[in-house]
Design a binder for this molecule. Structure first.
Ligand code: CAA
Length: 249
């Protein structure tokens, strides 16, 4: 039997990160040809080797998602070497946590550029092809902290909330062309990013999660595959929360 997403080309930005890695593997397992971007040559080579060791061949293309010209060039190169992009997972993101009073403009700018400008930079060169071909999936990885706000994350919460505004607007523009645009908002997932939160603070956060634990990257990847599937074609402009019950609305 053919796999669910057989032959689809998927670009997962930030694929070498904690959540990104799980998404890449899940989409490969579902039959996709998955590619990702990278910024740091050394880290990328190490990740590619690790993936190879696990049986996953995932080509990597150099581009900073905060830079429009680099993203344009990356998309052109992927489409030439691999094929037209059917599924785009805007997953790349960073944190620069600080209470707002202490936040520098640089901390603000870094997060807005990497987490919000990036979705323009990568989606814009991809969307035209998707609409012309009459099928596409754009999945924006946001966060529970874009939904509820978080002490120490004025920059991150603003970017992640902005992401869903983008989702709702673009979803309307491309709906008739067979392209869906959705936001997936994970809660606290057991990645290096979350483990960087001071233990005392993280313990307090976990205590507020009804399910009683951090989520796993594999649980996020499962939702991505679901949103990417043909059967999810009627879901667009939506925000799918998966946060262990930490925030319900
Ligand atoms: N609510 C209310 N008050 C709080 C608070 C909170 N959650 N946390 C700290 N405070 C208070 C402190 O008690 C202290 O009060 P006093 O001045 O009266 O003593 C004051 O705020 C401390 O303020 P500071 O500006 O000095 O803060 P800090 O430098 O000590 O720490 C911080 C700021 C580094 C942002 C720290 O609060 C922190 O790491 N918070 C966690 C942020 C977080 O959850 N990040 C998520 C990262 S993972 C991720 O982003 C993935 C995802 O999508 C979920």
């Amino acid at each position: 039997m053919a796999k669910k997403l057989e032959g689809k080309v998927a670009l997962v930005t930030g694929g070498a990160g904690g959540i990104g890695t799980a998404i890449c593997k899940r989409l490969v397992d579902a039959g996709c040809r998955v590619v990702t971007n990278y910024r740091n040559e050394e880290k990328a080579a190490k990740w590619r080797e690790t993936m190879k060791g696990q049986g996953y061949e995932i080509p990597m293309f150099k581009a900073d998602v905060g830079d429009y010209k680099e993203c344009e060039a990356m998309v052109a190169q992927i489409e030439k070497e691999i094929g037209p992009i059917d599924i785009l997972v805007n997953n790349a993101g960073v944190t620069r946590d600080s209470s707002f009073r202490k936040m520098t403009h640089e901390q603000w700018d870094t997060v807005i550029t990497s987490n919000l400008d990036s979705i323009f930079n990568v989606t814009h060169p991809v969307i035209e092809g998707m609409t012309n071909r009459g099928w596409g999936r754009v999945i924006n990885i946001s966060s529970v902290n874009g939904q509820k706000g978080q002490f120490g994350q004025a920059n991150y919460s603003a970017a992640k909330a902005g992401m869903h505004g983008f989702t709702m607007a673009v979803a309307q523009e491309v709906a008739r062309k067979g392209v869906t645009v959705n936001t997936l908002s994970p809660g606290y997932i057991g990645t290096e990013m979350v483990k960087a939160v001071p233990t005392e603070i993280l313990n307090k956060i976990v205590a507020q999660i009804p399910v009683g634990r951090l989520g796993t990257p594999e649980e996020v990847a499962y939702c991505v595959e679901f949103l990417a599937s043909d059967e999810a074609g009627f879901i667009t402009g939506a925000e799918l929360s998966m946060n262990g019950g930490q925030h319900m609305y």
